[in-house]
Design a protein around this ligand. Structure first.
Ligand SMILES: C[S@@+](CC[C@H](N)C(=O)[O-])C[C@H]1O[C@@H](n2cnc3c(N)ncnc32)[C@H](O)[C@@H]1O
Length: 234
């Protein structure tokens, strides 16, 4: 696990203070989520950023949990959470302004099944998410890092896929979308070479899958979208 010194700067001071003040969440109780009383209550503030979370610390029930990595302005999550009140959604986003905006919008929409975590995606999947607990992980229009010297920064490669496989339930899914053809080919190769996930067809037409903000922007300028879906062995 990386040293605390490396990651302290990623955790906002306000979060650390608030996390210290928060009461521990009971792992034994399983009530349905209640509507947060204030927009900031939609933010998930782990008590300890260096200990793996229990499933109940994210949402205290057993409903299917989906994670959106790099949730941006949150359009995708808002639509999904509205359409599926029976599911739980967690957005992971590093930018404070976007996290606050999504907390606010989630509160305005009255969505008790949507929370946001301000943290780095790979760290979250590798070190914070509970093992074998997540139904779906969405990675939609991530930074493509187009220059060859920056390819090593791309999320979709072996360490990420290993962490994804460990976090997903048996039969759980990774859903990846990009407008960047070359990153898509790269991602396909990485998943094909990784034995823990199996490529399957994209979702059936009739299944609701919300558009993202970036997807809408790319559609306006006529760029095509490439989609990849992979499942863990059930
Ligand atoms: C290109 S935008 C896409 C946003 C959204 N998924 C969409 O399709 O509209 C990428 C988002 O991921 C966030 N991001 C980039 N790298 C990240 C990382 N390593 N951890 C967490 N968030 C990250 C950025 O701040 C940005 O909001």
């Amino acid at each position: 696990m990386p040293s605390s010194a490396t990651h302290r700067h990623q955790i906002p001071l306000a979060c650390r203070k608030a996390a210290c003040q928060k009461k521990p969440v009971s792992v034994t109780s399983a009530p349905a989520p209640v509507l947060p009383r204030a927009p900031e209550d939609n933010e998930l503030l782990p008590e300890d950023y260096f200990r793996r979370l229990a499933r109940a610390e994210i949402f205290p029930d057993e409903a299917p949990l989906e994670i959106d990595l790099g949730s941006g302005d949150g359009s995708f999550l808002l639509s999904m959470a509205e359409k599926h009140p029976e599911r739980r959604f967690l957005g992971v986003e590093r930018l404070l302004g976007r996290v606050r905006k999504l907390c606010r919008r989630s509160h305005q929409h009255g969505l008790p099944n949507l929370k946001v975590l301000r943290l780095e995606s790979l760290y979250t999947v590798e070190w914070l998410l509970p093992r074998q607990s997540i139904a779906r992980i969405h990675l939609l229009f991530p930074d493509p890092w187009p220059k060859a010297k920056h390819h090593k920064r791309r999320l979709v490669q072996e360490p990420f896929l290993r962490a994804v496989q460990a976090a997903l339930l048996p039969g759980g899914e990774l859903l990846f979308r990009t407008d960047h053809a070359e990153y898509f080919e790269w991602a396909l190769e990485q998943v094909e070479a990784f034995e823990g996930l199996k490529l399957v067809d994209w979702l059936p037409e009739e299944e609701f899958y919300a558009e993202t903000d970036f997807q809408r922007q790319w559609a306006e300028v006529g760029r095509s979208v490439h989609s990849l879906r992979a499942v863990t062995a059930s």
